[in-house]
Design a protein around this ligand. Structure first.
Ligand code: SAH
Length: 360
């Protein structure tokens, strides 16, 4: 048994089966043995590859998006540029290089990264060279000011809860320790759950619905900042555009699917992002939501085609093949193009952000 399995079993012995969100939070975020605390999961040799690790063009286009969004709110002389869960810092490094095309934008921004993993903070520090960066454990600790916020594959790592509709009402799905083996298993709690979301009403008996209270709280907090100080947020992740029933919890290790309950801390655990609910939480705070739109639509409208062509001009034959394949992977419907979506949030009275003009 691993030390984290021992810790989870002790918690279950003390308080009973754990809600899925608590299990997920421990597996990913335990400060000693959690998945993100202990490793650098990215890249071809790691557990999974994210868009900024596939192509420099991804971060570059997002950097330009931020510079345009900053101009759209009147080019404030001081602005807060935030990335949630910056991974290896690749996206931000590419974004800053591209955003440097506007020296006034580059001079105005103060860089704040929200990252809990000390190991990844070190990797981010190295990726960002000598830049002045402030790290925070939580978004709420970021100082006030006009806000430009990026979150790529961040919300999918925030804990979710699962509920099953039974013929006698809703029950919470929990993780219990199997008494006969070392393993964990899913159980359905006895107590009925009330006050779930209105959108769950038409769910079939036996189906699972998911909520992510921490995602909703964060979307609300971002919305409130945008309303108070102005700015724009760009959230990119995978999930359906409209809330749907189903168990979306998944674990990935070394680029292969893995049992969610096997060796917690050893695999990345994620769930689909519910964009409809994120938009609703931000709108309830007074912010305006744009999209979600497919990642392919966003990147095409921001100019991934011409930018790729431009890079091809100075590429070797080998580099050219890689570049073409990377761009294809980001926008191909069979790869990341449509499963991944982009949602933007802005303050009130702000023009639609670049790429979202046709969607508002
Ligand atoms: N945006 C990056 C990395 C995505 S992985 C990319 O696209 O490559 C998720 C990132 O969020 C990691 O950096 C992880 O350490 C961080 N993270 C996960 N849960 C977090 C939390 N609750 N608070 C802050 N950071 C978190």
């Amino acid at each position: 048994m691993t030390p984290l399995e021992r810790r989870i079993r002790d918690r279950i012995a003390a308080q009973g089966p754990l809600p899925v969100s608590e299990y997920m939070a421990m597996a990913l975020g335990d400060p000693d043995y959690g998945y993100y605390a202990t490793r650098d999961p990215f890249g071809a040799a790691g557990d999974f590859i994210t868009a900024p690790e596939i192509s420099q063009v991804f971060g570059e286009l997002i950097g330009l998006w931020c510079a345009v969004a900053w101009e759209q709110v009147g080019a404030p002389v001081r602005a807060v540029l935030v990335e949630l869960g910056p991974g290896r810092g690749t996206l931000m490094s590419d974004a800053l290089r591209a955003g440097g095309i506007s020296p006034d934008f580059a001079a105005a921004i103060e860089l704040h990264l929200v990252e809990t993993s000390p190991k990844l903070r070190e990797i981010q520090r190295a990726a960002l060279g000598g830049r002045d960066v402030t790290w925070h454990d939580r978004f709420d600790d970021v100082p006030p000011g006009p806000l430009f916020l990026i979150a790529n594959e961040f919300f999918d790592a925030l804990p979710i809860d699962q509920f099953i509709r039974t013929d006698t009402g809703w029950r919470r799905r929990c993780v219990a320790a199997d008494p006969d083996t070392d393993s964990f298993r899913f159980v359905v709690a006895d107590n009925p759950v009330h006050d779930l979301m209105e959108s769950f009403q038409n769910t079939a008996i036996g189906a699972i619905r998911e909520t992510s209270p921490s995602s909703m709280a964060l979307a609300g907090a971002i919305g409130r900042r945008l309303v108070e100080y102005g700015g724009a947020a760009l959230i990119i992740d995978y999930g359906p555009s409209a809330s749907a029933a189903g168990d979306s919890l998944q674990a990935v290790s070394r680029q292969k699917y893995h049992d969610v309950l096997a060796i917690p801390g050893d695999a990345d655990i994620t769930a689909h992002v519910d964009f409809q609910e994120l938009a609703r939480a931000a709108s309830a705070a007074g912010a305006i939501s744009h999209g979600p739109i497919p990642q392919a639509a966003l990147l095409s409208r921001l100019g991934i085609g011409p930018r790729t062509e431009n890079l091809l001009k100075s590429a070797s034959a080998e580099q050219a093949a890689t570049l073409r394949a990377s761009t294809k992977r980001l926008i191909d419907p069979a790869a990341m193009g449509t499963l991944f979506k982009a949602l933007s949030l802005t303050g009130a009275n702000t023009p639609a952000p670049a790429g979202f003009e046709e969607e508002t």
